[in-house]
Ligand binder design. Structure first.
Ligand code: PGA
Ligand code: MG
Length: 223
């Protein structure tokens, strides 16, 4: 039987062309998938919700690295953004910038963490985060200032409770440090070839292909 899947966005179903463009072939594959599809991302909640709508699948979403979860018409928000916002405030006061311009669409709808552009300095961000008992996770796309007890893996367990399905049934695909907790929770995990060291070490298997090409090859082999 085709397994349910939990899939990361950036670096995983993207085309790998330097943009955040999702490969349209992944849209097709996810829409036709004959089992639940969970989108698990570091992005703010509206992005994966919109992705599900545009793909045409039921929204099963883990956003903000597990801070916000949607399953079975329930939205579950874990933690709050006040400590991350304090870190961001102090970071700015020290003369640094979050790096997303005036509109900052990356953080505008973020409810439990703050994301910082990877062109901004990491060391002072990590120092401030530690003062507030927070961690900085580098997804390869942004630095996320977050509560260390929140993870995509825990978010997946919440989704599984809502769906009344065992988490071990799931196959996970991802590319970075923020996918490690998902890999540890599921029955079978794949890192794409472009994955970072943490994801590669945690995955059961490393896919030969990079980005969406790698994902498509795995999905086709699982069906
Ligand atoms: O938002 C990010 O930094 C990365 O997002 P992802 O978890 O979908 O790869
Ligand atoms: Mg990713």
């Amino acid at each position: 039987m085709t397994p349910p899947i939990v899939v990361d966005i950036d670096g995983t179903i993207t085309r790998g062309d330097g943009s955040s463009a999702v490969d349209p072939r992944a849209f097709e594959e996810l829409r036709e998938w004959p089992a639940p599809v969970v989108i698990a991302t570091g992005k703010a909640f509206p992005y994966p919700v919109a992705l599900c709508q545009f793909v045409g699948i039921d929204p099963l979403v883990i956003a903000e690295n597990g801070g916000v979860v949607l399953a079975g018409d329930e939205i579950r928000i874990t933690g709050d953004a006040s400590a991350p916002h304090e870190v961001a405030r102090e970071y700015r006061e020290a003369g640094y910038d979050l790096g997303w311009g005036k509109s900052d669409l990356v953080n505008r709808w973020r409810e439990t963490e703050v994301a910082v552009n990877r062109n901004s300095p990491l060391a002072p961000l990590e120092a401030l985060a530690a003062e507030y008992g927070l961690e900085v996770v580098d997804t390869g796309y942004a630095y996320h200032v977050k509560d260390p007890t929140i993870s995509k893996g825990k978010g997946l367990r919440a989704v599984c409770d809502a769906l009344d399905r065992p988490v071990e049934e799931f196959v996970a695909i991802g590319d970075s440090e923020n996918d490690v907790s998902t890999f540890e929770a599921v029955g079978r995990s794949f890192a794409v070839a472009n994955a970072d060291a943490a994801a590669r070490a945690a995955a059961d298997e490393i896919i030969e292909g990079k980005y969406s090409a790698g994902v498509l090859s795995v999905l086709r082999s699982l069906r």
